[in-house]
Design a protein. Structure first.
Length: 79
């Protein structure tokens, strides 16, 4: 059984890189108003905008394959 982040735990923040160049960020936090849920957000720089959907798809797969929470508990706005 998969479980969400513990409510007392802080979030996770990642830089999205292209080589050594930071092109965006990814944030994963426990749901503030909904215990048991996980809030995910990400962005890429304007000059890399076409990569936003690529990043979204990669993060969605990564969360499903690696992270310990059920897909229905993840709040990550569709692109």
């Amino acid at each position: 059984m998969r479980t969400p982040l513990p409510s007392g735990r802080g979030g996770f923040k990642y830089s999205v890189l292209d080589g050594d160049d930071v092109i965006g960020c990814l944030y994963i936090y426990p749901g503030k108003d909904a215990p048991g849920r996980v809030h995910v957000s990400s962005w890429v720089r304007a000059d890399r905008a076409p990569l936003d959907t690529v990043l979204y798809a990669a993060v969605t797969r990564w969360l499903a394959d690696v992270w310990p929470f059920e897909a229905e508990r993840i709040d990550y706005a569709a692109r």
